[in-house]
Design a protein. Structure first.
Length: 257
C-alpha cells in the first residue's frame, strides 16, 4: 500500500510508522489519520511484525489535529465526519504500539501518543493539551486517558491552562516510560520494540488486551477477564514450547501459534 502522509518502514519483526507532514509540524489531518489507521490495520494482520513504533521527526511528533481543516466546520459536520471512527480503529490494534516522541506532542498528538502502549520521549519532547487556547477542548481522549495516567489534578492543570510540560515533567508525572537524548529516541524505542517483538506474540497480545481492560471494567470483572486470557494461552503451542524450553534449559522458539 502506498502512503502520502506517513512513511512505513519494516525492520522485521518490528515496523516503524513515521508521521510525515513536516511543514505543518505533523498536524494530523483527516488524510493522514486515515492512512495511519489503514497502515496499522495492515500491520496488525501481518504475521512478520510483532511490535509497531509510531514516530515523527526531531521537531514534532504531532502538533495536534489540523486546525486549518477544522476551523470552518460546524457541529453536525464534526459529528458526521468519520474522524472518530478512524481514531476508534486505532483502539482495536492488538499488537503493541510504542510512541517515539521528539518535539511537540500537542492536542491530538498527545492523545495519539497516549493511545500507544508505551511512550519513549527525547529530551526535547513537549506534551500538552492546548485545545483550550483555540476555543475548544480535547476530543480524542485528553480528558479521559490523561487523568487515568497523571491523575485528576495534573490533567486539570494541563487541559484547563493549555500549558505544555517537558519530557522530564512527563516522566515524573508517569506520562512517559523513559526520557533519552533526542538523537537516541528512535534507536532506544527500536531496542524496546525488538525486545517485546522477541516474546511470544499471542501472550503479548492477550496481556496487552488484559491491561487495557483494567481501564474499562471493575477489578472483579478484570480479574475474571485476565484469568480467561491466561487459561486460553494454555491452548497455544508457544505455552508448551516456553515451559518445555525452561525445563530443558534452552531458548524457546516461538511460532505465534
Ligand atoms: N494544525 C495546522 N497547522 C499547524 C498546527 C496544527 N495543529 N500546528 C502547527 N501548524 C503549522 C503552522 O500553521 C505553520 O504553518 P505555516 O504558517 O508555515 O503554513 C507550521 O505548522 C509551523 O508552525 P509554527 O510556525 O506555528 O511553528 P512554531 O515553532 O512557531 O510553533 C507550535 C510551534 C506547536 C507551538 C505552534 O505551531 C502551535 O501552537 N500549534 C498548534 C498547537 C495546537 O493548538 N494543537 C491542538 C490542535 S486541536 C478529533 C481528534 C483529535 C482532535 C480533534 C478532533 N476527532 C476524532 C474528530 C484534536 C484537536 C487538536 O489537536
Amino acid at each position: 500500500m502506498e502512503f502520502e502522509n506517513i512513511v512505513l518502514t519494516k525492520e522485521v519483526p518490528i515496523a516503524i510508522i513515521q508521521l510525515n507532514r513536516p511543514d505543518a509540524l505533523n498536524a494530523l489531518n483527516h488524510h493522514m489519520m486515515t492512512e495511519l489507521a489503514a497502515c496499522l490495520d495492515q500491520l496488525d494482520s501481518d504475521r512478520s511484525v510483532n511490535a509497531i513504533i509510531i514516530t515523527g521527526n526531531e521537531k514534532a511528533f504531532a502538533a495536534g489535529a489540523d486546525i486549518k481543516e477544522m476551523e470552518s466546520a460546524g457541529t453536525v459536520e464534526m459529528l458526521e465526519r468519520d474522524s472518530f471512527s478512524v481514531w476508534d480503529k486505532m483502539k482495536r490494534i492488538g499488537k503493541p504500539l510504542i510512541a517515539a516522541v521528539n518535539g511537540f506532542a500537542l492536542g491530538g498528538g498527545c492523545e495519539l501518543a497516549m493511545m500507544c502502549d508505551i511512550i519513549i520521549a527525547g529530551e526535547t519532547a513537549k506534551f500538552g493539551q492546548p485545545e483550550i487556547n483555540i476555543g475548544v477542548m480535547p476530543g480524542a481522549g485528553g480528558t479521559q486517558r490523561l487523568p487515568r495516567v497523571v491523575g485528576k489534578q495534573k490533567a486539570m492543570e494541563m487541559v484547563l491552562t493549555g500549558a505544555a510540560i517537558n519530557a522530564e515533567e512527563a516522566l515524573q508525572w508517569g506520562l512517559v516510560n523513559k526520557v533519552v537524548p533526542a538523537e537516541m529516541c528512535l534507536e532506544e524505542t527500536k531496542s524496546l520494540a525488538r525486545l517485546i517483538a522477541s516474546k511470544p506474540p499471542l501472550a503479548v497480545k492477550l496481556a496487552k488486551e488484559s491491561i487495557l481492560k483494567a481501564f474499562d471494567i471493575s477489578l472483579k470483572d478484570g480479574l475474571e477477564f485476565e484469568r480467561k486470557n491466561f487459561c486460553m494461552l494454555f491452548s497455544t503451542e508457544d505455552q508448551k514450547e516456553g515451559m518445555r524450553a525452561f525445563i530443558e534449559k534452552r531458548k524457546p522458539q516461538w511460532k505465534g501459534k
